[in-house]
Structure formats: structure tokens, C-alpha cells
Design a binder for this molecule. Structure first.
Ligand code: JHZ
Length: 417
């Protein structure tokens, strides 16, 4: 696949069925983390179709068009450490895995999509040996500087074999917010089988499709997220695998996510929490997650949401109000580009990520500043794009609120607080 080539998906990534039904088209968009420098603003911007379809067989919602991963991930500007809430989640996760696996200084903990190494740092602090895997060259350097050794690659069974030869097997493999980014999920499972110690665990965490649909979180649909999982779809994925799900937890992170715990089938010491698995499967069925109509209704709600939001924001602007954005998240760009919002409506966006500051949002070309900019210009409204961190953002901006400023939320319905 050459750099700008698009791959059209005509069979399901998990069950291989060709019965894929188009459900939502978010139009052609630039890649969601493709923040532009001032010089790049003058160049032609590459845009790619962004649309999802529903597999009528295993019910996996998935992207209809795939962008070459090298375009999206080789140089990556998103870092988890720009949000305290996420880091505190990482701290708790490390503690939880310590209790579950009783890892010690000899145990190897692997993180797939390890980014700047911030999750593994928490494991290192608890005394484990750590190894990251990440394709982003820029972030591997950052992780190395903070003492987290990282293999600069995309995870698959070949990489897993190399790691076992050099470092041994893993007590725990972590894959937080990365499984949705990987096209060949069977390679992930194979890699897990190769890499995991016999009594080890493999944890996947990803935004949960039921929450996405229920809360109208359409902006989490973007080119990086190839799959939108239900539990059912993962069970289909595991049918011929040596790994099996032994537990599941729901988490509030990122608008609602699922933590799925895998073990080797041969490991009989860990019991499979079959009641929990059945409970979640029943919830999915009762909600309609296996029914295409649920997704079609979602699409209709999103179209309405778009029209209502644009109307509301335009009317504020007509009254002479100033609106700025908070959090130049990947999902901010989906919303801006799908709604057709630009500098005429949003003056600027603030973000705590040093790599994003001084750049411009892809497609909409809105400038990004450090968070302190809010107190230089005192806007009337802040639109919170990073809604998953609204508490952290509102807490640190009490002064803005006390000065009479208001916050705008788009999902699930446009609301001013
Ligand atoms: P955040 C990323 O999506 C990319 P994004 C990725 N594809 C993925 O799957 C999801 O994460 C889960 C800023 N911020 O984490 C920091 C402030 O400025 O929701 C971030 O740029 N001030 C891997 O990009 C952005 O908001 C703050 O106080 O949607 C949040 O981005 C806080 C708390 C955040 O991920």
C-alpha cells in the first residue's frame, strides 16, 4: 500500500462475512492527529473517507476505508501524559495487575502501543521489568529518555517471537486503547499466545460500543479506530485461539470502556467468570447491539445533533459571543470537520500537549495554544472537546466559571453549563 492509498473493506475483520451494511458516513476528513505546522497550512491537505459499516453476522462495527497506518502512526502527536485523569487510571491499573499476577522484579510486563512509556512507568515504579512496543519513532525516543525500553515496531506474531528470544515471556501484556487501531486481530491473538507466560494475563481496554451508541459519541469514530467492539465480536475472534476471556470490567474512562482479561485456555488455575460474561452478552442483546437498526437510529440522531449544534453555536456568535475550544483531541477534529466548523466559530483551542501547541487543527485550521491563553482573552464560552476529561478541565478552570464563563458540551445533546 503506498502512502496515500486507501483500502476498501469488503469483508469483516473478525468473522470474514461479506454482509457489511453501511451505517454512518462522516465525510472525507484529514487524519485526526494530523495537526499542521504554519508551513503545512499552505500545502495541499490529504483527506480520506471516514465511514463505518456494521457486520450483520458477528455485529462488529468497523471502518469501511482504511488509511495506511504509517501515515497515522509513524510520527504521533498524541500522548496520554497530557491528562492527569489518564495517568491516575494508569497508576490504578498497575496496582490492579500487581494484585492479579503477583509480579516481581523478574517478571516482564509488555505494553502494546506504549506511546511515551507513561503506563509502563507505573509498572516500573512497582518493581517490574518493562518493555514497550510502539511504531511512533518520535515517541520511542521520548520513552527511552524516561528509561522505558521500547521496540519501535507494529505488534504481530513475528515481533512477539523476537521479543521472546531476547527478553523471555511476559507475565502481563497490556493493550490499552490500541486494539481498535490494529487491522489483523488474529495476529494480535497469535502474538499474545506466543508472548504470554502460562499463568500470565493479557488485558485489552478499549472504548465500548454500547456507550458510543447510547451517548452519541460519534466523534470517537475516526481513521485510527478500525473496529468498534462488542463482547460478542471478541468471543467470535477467540473461537480458534489458545486464549480465552476469563473476566470483564466496565470502566468510566473515555466515555465508557471495557476491560477484557484473557488467559491461556490451558491455565486452569484462573476461573472463568462465566456469569459476568453472560450478563454483558445479555445486556448487549437487550440494548440491540446485534441489530443494524440500532446503528441506523444512531446515525439519524447524529445528523440531528449536527444541525442543532450548528444552529446553537451560530446563534451565540451572532449575538457577538466569543467561543473557544478545550482539548485538541483527535475526536475534536472529527467533530469540527463533520460539522464544518472553523475559525469563524471557534477562535482557538487550548491544549496541554506541548507537541500540539503552536500547530493548527487539520481541516479546520484553528490555532492551538497553551491552556493559559483562556485567561489572556477571557472568552464567553468554552466548548469542551475533551469531554472525557470534563471534570479535570472544569476543576482547573473554576476561575473562568467564577468570572461568568460558560461551558458547552455537544454530546449526548448540545448543552450549556
Ligand atoms: P484524549 C486519543 O484520542 C488517541 P483523543 C487514541 N487513538 C485513542 O484511542 C484515544 O486517545 C483514547 C488535552 N487536555 O486523551 C490533552 C488538556 O488540554 O481524550 C489531549 O490533547 N487539558 C490513542 O485525542 C486532549 O485534551 C486537560 O486538562 O481523543 C484529550 O485527548 C486535559 C485533561 C486534557 O484523546
Amino acid at each position: 500500500m503506498v502512502k496515500s492509498e486507501i483500502k476498501h473493506v469488503n469483508k469483516c475483520r473478525i468473522c470474514k462475512s461479506k454482509d457489511l451494511i453501511d451505517v454512518l458516513d462522516l465525510t472525507n476528513q484529514p487524519i485526526p492527529n494530523g495537526f499542521l505546522t504554519k508551513i503545512q497550512l499552505k500545502e495541499k491537505e490529504e483527506k480520506y473517507p471516514l465511514a463505518v459499516c456494521f457486520c450483520n453476522h458477528c455485529s462488529l462495527m468497523q471502518l469501511r476505508y482504511l488509511v495506511n497506518p504509517k501515515v497515522m502512526f509513524d510520527n504521533y502527536l498524541y500522548i496520554p501524559s497530557a491528562s492527569k485523569t489518564r495517568i491516575s487510571h494508569f497508576k490504578n491499573l498497575a496496582q490492579e495487575i500487581k494484585e492479579l499476577t503477583k509480579f516481581n522484579e523478574k517478571s516482564l510486563i509488555i505494553d502494546i502501543g506504549s506511546n511515551d512509556g507513561s503506563l509502563l512507568t507505573e509498572f516500573k515504579n512497582l518493581g517490574a521489568r518493562t518493555l514497550g512496543i510502539d511504531p511512533a519513532e518520535n515517541l520511542v525516543k521520548v520513552a527511552d529518555l524516561s528509561g522505558i525500553e521500547t521496540v519501535n515496531d507494529y505488534f504481530d506474531s513475528q515481533v512477539a517471537k523476537k521479543i521472546v528470544r531476547k527478553y523471555g515471556k511476559a507475565k502481563a501484556i497490556l493493550a490499552t486503547n490500541v486494539i481498535a487501531h490494529i487491522n489483523d486481530l488474529y495476529e494480535v491473538m497469535k502474538g499474545g499466545e506466543i508472548l504470554l507466560e502460562d499463568n500470565g494475563i493479557f488485558l485489552m481496554q478499549f472504548p465500548y460500543t454500547l456507550d458510543l451508541i447510547e451517548k452519541n459519541l460519534f466523534d470517537t469514530i475516526y481513521h485510527e479506530h478500525l473496529s468498534y467492539f462488542s463482547l460478542k465480536s471478541l468471543i467470535v475472534l477467540a473461537q480458534n485461539s489458545d486464549l480465552e476471556i476469563f473476566d470483564i470490567e466496565k470502566s468510566d474512562l473515555d466515555g465508557g470502556s471495557l476491560k477484557v482479561y484473557w488467559k491461556k485456555k490451558s491455565n486452569k488455575k484462573r476461573k472463568v467468570n462465566i456469569d459476568k460474561i453472560n450478563k454483558i452478552l445479555n445486556e448487549e442483546k437487550a440494548y440491540g447491539l446485534y441489530d443494524v437498526k440500532t446503528y441506523q437510529d444512531f446515525t439519524n440522531r447524529i445528523e440531528k445533533l449536527k444541525n442543532n449544534s450548528i444552529k446553537k453555536l451560530t446563534s451565540l456568535k451572532k449575538k457577538g459571543k466569543t467561543i473557544v475550544g478545550y482539548g485538541a483531541a483527535a475526536k475534536a477534529n472529527v467533530l469540527l470537520n463533520y460539522f464544518g466548523i472553523d475559525k469563524k466559530l471557534i477562535d482557538y483551542i487550548v491544549d496541554s500537549t506541548p507537541y500540539k501547541q503552536g500547530r493548527f487543527t487539520p481541516g479546520s485550521h484553528i490555532p492551538i495554544y497553551p491552556e493559559s491563553k483562556i485567561y489572556e482573552t477571557n472568552p464567553d464560552y468554552i466548548l469542551i472537546f475533551a469531554w472525557n476529561f470534563s471534570k479535570e478541565i472544569m476543576d482547573k478552570n473554576r476561575k473562568f466559571k467564577n468570572n461568568g464563563g460558560k461551558f458547552i458540551f455537544i454530546e449526548p445533546e448540545i448543552k450549556i453549563v
